[in-house]
Structures are given as C-alpha cells and as structure tokens.
Design a protein. Structure first.
Ligand SMILES: [Fe+2]
Ligand SMILES: [Fe+2]
Length: 447
C-alpha cells in the first residue's frame, strides 16, 4: 500500500524520478511519467533497461557525474545535457545518490529537472548582454550607464580608455571620484535633472578636465533609463570628443582672420587717412559693448568687425579715396560701394558670428536713411548699430582729405541730433556718458 502510494505520488510529480541499476545488468529500472516526457518517450516502459550512455551522450559529462557519485555518494544539481528519443538536446539538473541493496547491487536514485527553458533564457540574456557590450565597444564615443545614485554601472571601451582602460576601477564610482569638484557637481546636477524630469539633455557642449590634466571639448547627450514598469532607474550618457574638431575650427578661423587683417593693413598702407581708424573704432565699440555688459566673446566679435569694417575700400580707386575737397555724387556713390565690396569678399566664409552682416550694415541708420539696404532699427544688428556710432565719433574727430577734424564737441552734437532717428538712442546715451566721464577728451586715444 505504502509503495503504491509513493508510486502514485511519483507519477504525478513534475520532476523526473529514476532508479538506475549499476553492474552487469546496467540500465533504468524505474522512471516516472515526467522523466518519460523530459526524454521524449510516450511510455515510461520504453526507458527501462536503457543505458545512461543513451541519454547523457557527452562522455566527459557522464564520466564526471559517475566519478562524483562514487567519490561523494551523491551529486547535487549536476548540470548537463540529455539527448531525447528524437535526438533533441535538453538541459537538465540531476540530483542523485548511490544506494546499495543487500550490499551487492548498487543503484543510482535521483531526480532530473528540465531546465532548458531557463537555460535558453539565460543564454539568450547572456548573448544579448554580450551583443550589447560588443555594440557599445565598437562605438568611438564614451558611453556610460548610471544608477539612481549616479554611480557608474556600465561603460564601453572608449569610456574606459579615458581612465586607463580599467573598467573595474570605474564601476560603482561617481563623477566626484574622477573630475574636479565644480565639474562633477555640474554633471551631478545634469544627471539629477534627467532622473527627476525624465527630459533628456541633448548635445550639451562642455569642456572637461581629464585625469591626465589635459582639457578636451566634448558634446554630451544624457537620457533617462526606464525599467519595464516605466520607472526611471538611471541614466545613460554619450559623450563625443570634439577637441580635434574644435581645434581645427579655431585654427581655420584664426587663419582666415589673419589673412583679412593683412588685407586691412594693406588698405592702411594705401590710404594713410584710414590709418588707425579701424583700430580706434574698435576701441570705442568695445567700450560701448562693456557698458552693455557684453561677454568677452561678444567684445572680441566687436573688435574683429571694427578692424575689418572699411576693408571694402580696398576696391575703391585711390584718387577718389584720398581726393581733397568735395566729392561728386558719382564719386560718393563709389565710396558707398565699400560695404558691398566687403560683404562680397567675406559673405561665404563661415564665422561663428555674423561678421559679414555686421560689416554690411555699419552705414545703416535706424530711420532707414542709411545704405546700402536702407534697413530700419529693428532689422539692424546691435553690433552694426554700435559700429555706426563709433565710426561717426572717430571720423568726425580725425582729419580727412576733404576736411580737417571737426572736434569731439561737433561729433557729440551730431550724435545727439541724430539720436533716435539716425542712431540708436541707448547707444548714443552710453557714448555721452563715456565722453562726459573722460572730460570731453578723445578717450580712445589714451590707449
Ligand atoms: Fe565705412
Ligand atoms: Fe569707417
């Protein structure tokens, strides 16, 4: 009765149960229904008498299993493959013990679990992880993953390279372990913002101090990482090194500017009246820019635009340029061509600010009475409006071939009367303030 009950229970278990006889008559002497199913038999009696070799066909695995059994008397969760009746391979876990009956016959009693499903899933996951890492490693940008505490959980090869290639020294750390505090704090605040809002930060350009002490310029994108319940579990970032590009761009820019400055010097050599005009207009313009709280970069742009603003005069016949006395209408219209000339010369050169337009507009007046386009105030660039006022101030206080210097008082008179019509009133006010502060002196000549 007891045997039958056990038998019935075994038959309904979801794991395979077996008894295997060792010795002269080797083979299965008992198997339950679940084992038949695992091994692909429709009737469990088909298994009886069959040898273990028929199932664990990998010789090394089989011999190791028997060796451990004989050594320890039992084996727990031994992982191997079995071949089914239809030659399919299934992954199994075998737990078994060696038993002796009447001290003569030895048997193996044990259970077999089919783990193909989990094994497959694990292998698939491992393969996917491997493929993901391979893809990440093939990208020549630094890629990292961080958890909610901003600790680095995964990096690609390119990222690791920046830190001596030792991935194990990076994982679990934060930016505070690698970067200067101020920089790490900014990175931390960006990561926190992405975690909190779920909004990515795209294409942020930043300068980074590397552990080897060199600076590089990078462009970074940070995105939130979600789990399958839609919760943000961390961030992922991609950083592209733009240092070489930025350096090449800066070199190109410097080269072009140098070439234009040479042309500007050539113009000065040709026309002594314009000597130092461009430089002084630059000093005035930058002074106005400072009062307007412009950034150092914007002030530099003003300086460059001023240095080059009359470059187009290089295309005007010299006898008109230095003609003493009044110019005819035709001659004056030729002089006016200098804005067009310069625009044509530089409009196709790529600058990081609208240099060609600023220069093109430096003779525009806010009421539309200027040239060459007759633009009105709202359409004129701020830099061009600053240049216009600086140009008038400098020209009127300097000798010209056709007249002597008119003096700063007359220049101020002209600016005041044209304020709000020809010239931007805010800029005129700034100039008045500066001139007053310097006791009506030509302040740009102090430099
Ligand atoms: Fe001009
Ligand atoms: Fe000028």
């Amino acid at each position: 009765m007891e045997y039958n009950l056990t038998n019935t229970l075994f038959e309904h278990l979801g794991v395979g149960i077996f008894k295997y006889q060792f010795g002269i008559k080797e083979g299965f002497v008992y198997s339950n229904r679940a084992l038949s199913k695992i091994l692909g038999f429709s009737d469990k009696r088909e298994i009886e008498g069959l040898n273990l070799e028929k199932f664990i066909i990998n010789k090394v695995d089989r011999e190791e299993f028997i060796r451990r059994l004989k050594r320890d008397g039992k084996v727990e969760l031994y992982e191997t493959t079995c071949q089914t009746k239809r030659n399919k391979v299934v992954w199994v876990l075998i737990s078994a013990q060696l038993v002796y009956e009447k001290k003569v016959s030895s048997y193996i009693e044990g259970i077999i679990q089919d783990v193909t499903k989990y094994k497959g899933a694990n292998e698939k996951l491992e393969n996917e992880q491997d493929s993901l890492q391979t893809i990440l490693d093939s990208i020549p940008d630094a890629i990292y993953f961080k958890d909610r505490e901003n600790r680095i959980t995964r990096v690609n090869k390119f990222y690791a390279k920046g830190f001596g290639g030792k991935v194990e020294k990076i994982l679990g750390k934060t930016d505070f372990d690698f970067f200067p505090e101020e920089q790490a704090r900014e990175m931390f605040s960006d990561d926190t913002q992405v975690l909190k809002t779920g909004n990515p930060i795209v294409g942020k350009i930043e300068r980074t101090l590397l552990p080897d002490g060199t600076w590089n310029q990078v462009i970074t994108t940070k995105v939130p990482m979600y789990n399958n319940k839609g919760k943000i579990v961390g961030t992922m970032g991609i950083t592209r090194d733009m240092t070489a590009h930025a350096n090449a761009e800066r070199d190109r820019y410097t080269m072009v500017l140098n070439a234009l400055m040479v042309l500007s010097k050539a113009l000065e050599m040709r026309d002594p009246y314009t000597q130092s005009h461009a430089r002084d207009v630059g000093i005035i313009a930058q002074r106005i820019g400072k009062e307007l709280k412009m950034s150092n970069e914007q002030l530099m742009h003003l300086k460059i635009a001023s240095e080059l603003h009359d470059l187009g005069k290089i295309g005007i016949p010299l006898d008109i340029l230095i003609k003493p006395g009044k110019l005819s209408d035709l001659e004056y219209s030729l002089i006016k061509e200098h804005t067009n000339n310069c625009y044509k010369l530089i409009k196709n050169i790529d600058f990081p600010f609208p240099l060609a337009d600023i220069i093109y507009q430096h003779h525009e007046r806010i009421d539309g009475s200027g040239y060459p386009q007759g633009l009105i105030g709202k359409d004129i660039l701020l830099e061009a409006k600053i240049l216009a006022v600086s140009d008038v101030l400098e020209s009127m206080t300097t000798n010209r071939p056709y007249r002597v210097a008119l003096g700063i008082k007359n220049a101020i008179k002209e600016l005041k009367s044209g304020s709000g019509t020809k010239y931007d009133p805010d800029i005129v006010n700034i100039v008045l303030k500066i001139v007053k502060k310097s006791d009506n002196m030509i302040f740009w000549k102090d430099k």
